[in-house]
Write a protein that binds this ligand. Structure first.
Ligand code: SAM
Length: 213
């Protein structure tokens, strides 16, 4: 996802500290303090412009949603969407998913969403894929025992790679869909990329997986 550089992004994120958690590692093991409740925590990695997280939060007021996004200039669009929605169950973090275990304690997260993650098609970049083993190590650490990992993508190469990576890691696959939009799932909230690629006629793949106990 490309966005023009926004020199004002830093100030904008700082001005919206009710939504953007500026020192997220302070809340490791204490995210319930941020939301003031014990509701389940769902994490979206690579939130982009926020359409998914806002849509999900509107459907699920009893779930706390946290979105992590590396690019400040993209995150500001997500902040704007959260402000427009007036949802109180969302927080956003400007962080790299490489640092997840610094932000969340063991068993602190109920579900992780990977939506249209960058595919990094070159073999020498495999370690950057968000379904590479080192990321799975972090997901296993922060997810509860029955926690779920949900992957959606239009990219066949990333999907195939991820299924193999999950299998090699011993994950249990609860669902593999090669054409998500062919099935009627009223709970599916489309991301910006999902809308863009399905409008072009591309299949959307989805996989739901769990770590073994
Ligand atoms: N999820 C959105 C969607 O489906 O419309 C955006 C998809 S876009 C292809 C991938 C997003 O992930 C980008 O906004 C990128 O900045 C972010 N991203 C990539 N690597 C990341 C990382 N290591 N940590 C956090 N965000 C990351």
């Amino acid at each position: 996802m490309r966005a023009r550089n926004k020199p004002w992004a830093d100030d904008y994120l700082r001005d919206n500290k009710d939504i953007v958690e500026l020192s997220p590692s302070d809340y490791k093991n204490k995210w319930e303090d941020v939301f003031n409740n014990n509701n389940p925590v769902h994490l979206e990695i690579g939130t982009g412009k926020g359409q998914f997280i806002v849509g999900m939060s509107e459907q699920n007021n009893d779930i706390n949603f946290i979105g992590i996004e590396l690019a400040k200039s993209i995150l500001v669009s997500a902040v704007q969407k959260v402000l427009d929605s007036n949802q109180k169950n969302i927080r956003l973090i400007n962080e790299d998913a490489n640092n997840l275990t610094e932000l969340f304690g063991e068993n602190e997260v109920d579900k992780i969403y990977l939506n249209f993650s960058d595919p990094w098609p070159k073999a020498r970049h495999a370690k950057r894929r968000l379904t590479y083993k080192s990321f799975l190590d972090q997901y296993r650490h922060i997810l509860k025992d029955d926690g779920e990992l949900v992957l959606k993508t239009d990219n066949r190469g990333l999907f195939e790679y991820s299924l193999v990576s999950f299998s090699q890691y011993g994950l249990i696959l609860d669902e593999v869909l090669l054409d998500l939009h062919e099935v009627n799932d009223p709970t599916n909230v489309m991301t910006e990329y999902e809308e863009k690629f399905s409008n072009k006629g591309q299949n959307i793949y989805r996989c739901k997986a769990r770590f073994p106990k």
